[in-house]
Write a protein that binds this ligand. Structure first.
Ligand code: CA
Length: 642
């Protein structure tokens, strides 16, 4: 009796898993099985097989069989005998009122044809590059990360890159790319949307097309535009894996930018065509809520959307060995879902997001993954706009300056960022911009940065906000800004190309700007060698010295001590650094944005100067000082230690 009950229970669990798991298509050489979940009142689902990813005749049209699930939804299945590898398929749901929803590749497509309109029947195990089974995630703790945010096309498209696979995943497998990243010293590459998105037409890749890719079509398939052949479904999968493998071999993690908060459109989305109106939030008046600013927002709090996000993230980790996720507009998702994702993934997977939304959401703020709610999301980090805007100026006006432009009153917000957003007795939260409370419980919950793909890059912002600025000043302030980022107890993050003194020619929102705006100019490495040299020296210093990334709020409160600030000057000490395993003992850092030297007061002693006046040498030092009054040159950082 007991055994029968257990078997029944097991069977019902399997049915449930089958219903919800990511298995809309299961291939074998003998037969291929299809399954799709719809709302309970769907009348019919038609499965169509095609020989091509677009166009061409229907090979077979099959009416799927269904059964009702415990949650009221309906599971539709069909098994097609024979070997169908290389074919494509769609589902079409007929809803309760008899209306056909339109063909869809399904919400769980893992391989697709060109432009992602039809899913593909492939044998996933055949997509692995040689040596893939030996690939593993580099062992780097969250507190040790230095993140580099990159768009595939920006990075490699210009002739000056010397890279062969321009605008492709494979560019990141080439020695010149890998060597550059290693020389810079970053140990995590955050790739802008690399799942299959809509805004680049994969049938016209010979023509210049540009988009950041925040317009998801297939969440679980790599983008075809970054592959060498978007028509052959296995190519993008294999090339994505080759990219991950090459970066992992170099000890670099791969972080995926995920955009579960909205879809490119509603009507043609796989979500809508499979389960009409289930996956989207609506306002009280019935209209679609638009917290994404892109016309819709998904409903993460609904069980199937929550499960979808959890399973999708797990899939990228398992199938593609992804090391972390950057959640676009995390403030659109509910806290419980973010925590469910955190719990479902291994501890070493790094998760962070934008702790805001782009408009009002149809869910109360207290339930959303907002920056102010980070304490309720342990192990998840958020971008800090406090230090970013305190350095470069506010988000609502490119011509507005802040600390770097010698505007007064931003020192406390920079201190907030240096301390990693945790409660610190010397940071006066009432003087911090935006936040009225310390929001991080651990410093690894704060992403420290001064620029990212959004808004102007750093050089352009300095030029736009500081009238009459000279090139020399641009470089000095650029290096000063990144010193604040790289000496923050938070997790440092930089936009790719800043090490090449990147310019987007003043374009604020370059999401679809041409290559002439977005490309990196690799020639700048030779034009401005001091920039790359400083960045790599700064990152090397951070990585070699645990004092700069203690990783624990208690340790930060114990060892990080701010010196008195004055206008345009922020200074701090990390005392007793040996206790956190550092070979240095007391470290002093001063950030001087003034166009004249300023003094700081440190105890008398014997100090080595490792950074001064736009030069850095953390291994051997630049000179010595005996303490007391120490001069910090104009528009630059000073770092000394004993
Ligand atoms: Ca695409």
């Amino acid at each position: 009796m007991k055994k029968i009950v257990l078997t029944a229970l097991l069977l019902s669990m399997l049915t449930w898993l089958n219903a919800m798991a990511d298995d809309e298509m299961t291939y074998s050489p003998q037969h291929t099985t299809f399954s799709v979940t719809t709302l309970g009142n769907a009348r019919n689902v038609t499965l169509r097989l095609y020989s091509r990813g677009e166009g061409g005749e229907v090979l077979q049209s099959i009416s799927m069989k269904s059964k009702r699930l415990k949650d009221g939804n309906r599971l539709w299945t069909a098994t097609v005998k024979g070997d169908h590898k290389g074919q494509f398929y769609t589902f079409e749901v007929q809803n309760a009122n008899g209306q056909m929803q339109g063909e869809t590749q399904g919400i769980w497509a893992k391989a697709v044809g060109v432009n992602g309109k039809r899913a593909a029947i492939i044998n996933m195990s055949e997509t692995n590059p040689a040596g893939w089974n030996a690939d593993s995630r580099p062992d780097i703790a969250a507190r040790d990360l230095v993140v580099y945010e990159l768009h595939h096309r920006d990075f490699s498209i210009d002739a000056s890159s010397g890279l062969q696979h321009k605008g492709k995943f494979l560019a990141l497998t080439e020695p010149r790319a890998i060597e550059h990243l290693k020389r810079l010293g970053v140990n995590a590459v955050h790739i802008l949307p690399s799942f299959d998105y809509a805004s680049v037409d994969e049938t016209r890749l010979g023509e210049p097309q540009y988009n950041w890719g925040y317009d998801p079509v297939n969440y679980n398939v790599p983008e075809g535009g970054y592959s060498t052949d978007p028509y052959r479904p296995e190519v993008r999968i294999t090339e994505f894996k080759q990219m991950v493998q090459a970066l992992h071999r170099a000890g670099i993690k791969v972080i995926l930018d995920v955009v579960y908060n909205h879809t490119f459109d509603i009507g043609a989305s796989a979500f809508q065509r499979t389960m009409p109106d289930y996956f989207y939030r609506r306002n009280a008046d019935g209209s679609y809520s638009n917290g994404s600013g892109c016309g819709n927002e998904t409903a993460s709090e609904r069980p199937l959307m929550r499960r979808y996000m959890v399973e999708s993230a797990k899939y990228w980790v398992d199938e593609y060995h992804i090391d972390g996720f950057r959640f676009d507009l995390m403030g659109v998702h509910d806290i419980a879902t973010m925590n469910a994702i955190r719990q479902a993934l291994p501890d070493d997977i790094f998760i962070y997001g934008e702790g805001w939304a782009a408009g009002g959401c149809a869910l109360p703020n207290e339930q959303l993954g907002m920056k102010s709610n980070i304490a309720a999301m342990p192990g998840i980090a958020a971008f800090s706009d406090e230090m970013r805007d305190a350095l470069r100026g506010p988000w609502d006006g490119d011509d507005k300056a802040a600390f770097l432009g010698r505007k007064k009153g931003f020192e406390e917000s920079i201190k907030f960022g240096i301390a990693g957003g945790i409660e610190h007795p010397q940071v006066d939260i009432t003087k911090v911009n935006y936040s009225k409370a310390f929001w991080a419980t651990q410093p690894t919950q704060l992403i420290a940065y001064v620029s990212c793909h959004d808004d102007m890059c750093l050089v352009d912002r300095l030029k736009a906000s500081i009238p009459g600025i000279t090139l020399d000043e641009v470089i000095r302030l650029d290096l000063l800004a990144q010193t604040a980022v790289m000496t923050s107890q938070g997790v440092p993050f930089m936009l790719s190309g800043e090490e090449m003194l990147r310019t987007k020619r003043g374009v604020h929102n370059s999401y679809n700007s041409p290559d002439s705006i977005n490309h990196l100019d690799w020639n700048n490495l030779e034009r401005y060698p001091q920039v790359m040299s400083y960045y790599s020296g700064l990152i090397a210093m951070r990585k070699a010295h645990p004092a700069f990334h203690m990783g624990s709020a208690d340790m930060v409160r114990k060892h990080l001590k701010f010196l008195p600030s004055s206008d345009g000057l922020v200074a701090f000490a990390i005392t007793g650094a040996k206790e956190v395993g550092d070979e240095w003992n007391n470290i002093y850092v001063a950030l001087n944005a003034n166009n004249a030297a300023r003094n700081i007061e440190v105890p008398s002693g014997k100090y080595t100067v490792v950074c001064s006046g736009g030069m850095i040498n953390s291994c051997c030092g630049l000179g010595t000082t005996s303490g007391g009054k120490v001069s910090v040159p104009a528009q630059s950082a000073l770092i000394i230690h004993d």
